[in-house]
Design a protein around this ligand. Structure first.
Ligand code: NAD
Length: 498
């Protein structure tokens, strides 16, 4: 059981300066430039990371290429890769609380969510892909007897990974797991707002027996370190999770460099559609509040747009308000709080500015709408609810990535579908109804990679997560994710050489 005293013990005042991990060695940047690591809990600096530049990224990519070419991982028996990855998962689990506390200090997620959603989920994902490593068969094509058509599944080579500050381990593992299981070498660039836990688990990979150069981590600013990875001529595939703006830059970088294959997991404005016949409005309200206020709304699939049937609107609003008011926002390492801070000051300003814009456009503020706990020095925002939002308002169209819920309403199913599909995004959506045929019709009609029916966030690594429209391409999680990190090669062999 999680104990407050145990968390407090791990909350030491400083964390030593951190280094890149290249060729299994802690490595400083060539220029010696560093970035201060500031905790969103209290705004205090508690560590530093390398501000890697183009040359540092190049060293990491060259290490990854050399490791790929020497074959110690890529050409090893898949069962060996599985063994190393299983041990890695075990080491992460053994240090789960220590890793979770470190991560909370870095990005402000509350400790309960962080423990489950970060090291524990990361270990489960790595184990899932470890188990898949020796079950990836090639194919024999159905040809005439005179030919043999073989389809090989080959690792692509060097994979670049760029991840955001929310759930860095969970999202990192969704990419590291399949890329490494398939035999690739990786250069991973964490967010400058959440690098510490990914550096930590990379160290554990070394302890688990990962050969040198297979998993490299370079830290730094997106504009510098991330851009260099995006533009590198020797990265074969780049998989990214983050904002649409950066996704667009990466497409340009790929076009300007070696046309590397690019996979984008981007933002969302997920619809939470509630029909009047939903079975249990109390539960719907509770999960509606959780779906947007968990991790202060810094969740890609956060259901930030409620679209509720007019006849139950007032009832639902009252219940959601009750749950939202019960939330305790504050120090994420204090188990009394169930919601922590915003990951960094820049994001706090973005949230506040978008709330002000919503007010100016005429939406009705029912709760919150302000920065709170400013005396702590940290970055906290009140759970915020707007009603009377119309489909064209910025509150209904733009991802905020904060604890801000917009409530819209509808009369008919057709209207609900039209409103739900009226953004540029298509990541996730939720439907609450007791009518089975309506549920199936909604699953088909919604433009989203995921449709959850009568639940929120029940999915795990066995099913894909990916967006349509401007929420991205390709999927994380499930066996399908492995396809991103392999090439299919055809061997067409004549059996009749005469
Ligand atoms: P971000 O796009 O600002 O940053 C993501 C990563 O890109 C960071 O590592 C950053 O350093 C790097 N980066 C920034 N500029 C870059 C550049 N010019 N070139 C290369 N790399 C660069 O995103 P964020 O603020 O860290 O995360 C929030 C965003 O991520 C939201 O839009 C959210 O919806 C999205 N997200 C999506 C999913 C998903 O699965 N679809 C999951 C989590 C988060």
């Amino acid at each position: 059981m999680l104990e407050q005293s145990e968390i407090d013990r791990l909350r030491e005042p400083t964390v030593p300066a951190q280094y890149n991990l290249i060729n299994n060695k802690k490595t400083d940047g060539l220029q010696g430039q560093r970035l201060a690591v500031q905790s969103p809990i209290d705004g205090k600096v508690f560590s530093s990371i390398v501000a890697s530049d183009k040359e540092d990224v190049d060293i990491a990519v060259r290490a990854a290429r050399a490791a790929f070419n020497d074959g110690s991982w890529a050409n090893s028996a898949p069962a060996y890769r599985a063994k190393v990855m299983r041990k890695w998962a075990m080491l992460i689990e053994q240090q789960a609380l220590e890793i979770a506390v470190l991560g909370v200090r870095d990005n402000g997620t509350d400790i309960r969510t962080a423990l489950k959603g970060e090291p524990q989920s990361c270990a489960a994902t790595i184990r899932y892909y470890a188990e898949a490593a020796d079950k990836l068969y090639g194919e024999i094509a159905p040809t005439a007897d005179t030919t043999l058509g073989l389809i090989h599944r080959e690792a692509v080579g060097v994979v670049g990974l760029i991840v955001p500050w929310n759930f860095p381990l969970m999202i990192g593992a969704w990419k590291l797991g399949p890329a490494l299981a398939a035999g690739n070498s990786v250069v991973l660039k964490p967010s400058e707002s959440a690098s510490l836990t990914l550096l930590k688990i990379a160290e554990l990979a070394v302890q688990a027996g990962m050969p040198a150069g297979v998993l490299n981590v370079v830290t730094g600013l997106g504009e510098q370190c991330g851009k260099a990875l995006g533009l590198h001529m020797d990265v074969d595939v780049l998989a990214f999770t983050g904002s649409g703006g950066v996704g667009r830059c990466l497409m340009e970088y790929a076009a300007q460099s070696n046309m590397k294959r690019l996979y984008l997991e981007l933002g969302g404005k997920s619809a939470n559609i509630i029909f009047a016949d939903a079975a249990n409005l109390e539960r719907v309200a509770k999960e509606t509040a959780a779906s947007i206020f968990r991790n202060s709304g810094q969740v890609c699939v956060a259901a930030s747009r409620v679209i509720v049937q007019e006849s139950i609107k007032e009832q639902l609003i009252e219940k959601v308000l009750t749950y939202a008011k019960e939330l305790s926002v504050g120090d994420p390492l204090d188990m009394c709080n169930n919601t922590g801070s915003i990951a960094n000051e820049a994001q706090l300003q973005v949230i506040d500015q978008k709330v002000k814009q919503g007010l100016a456009e005429g939406a009705k503020l029912l709760l919150g709408g302000e920065k709170i706990l400013q005396q702590s020095g940290g970055y906290y925002y009140a759970p915020t609810i707007f009603s009377e939002v119309t489909p064209k308002m910025s509150l209904a169209q733009e991802e905020i990535f904060g604890p801000v819920l917009s409530i819209l309403s509808f009369e008919t199913m057709e209207q609900a579908i039209e409103i739900a599909n009226s953004t540029v995004y298509g990541l996730s959506s939720v439907v609450w109804t007791a009518n089975l045929s309506r549920a199936h019709k909604m699953v088909k009609a919604l433009n989203a990679g995921v449709v959850q029916v009568n639940c929120y966030s029940g999915a795990d690594q066995t099913v894909p997560l990916g967006g349509v429209k401007q929420s991205g391409n390709g999927v994380d999680r499930s066996l399908h994710a492995i396809d991103k990190y392999i090439n299919l090669k055809t061997a067409w062999i004549s059996l009749d050489p005469q």
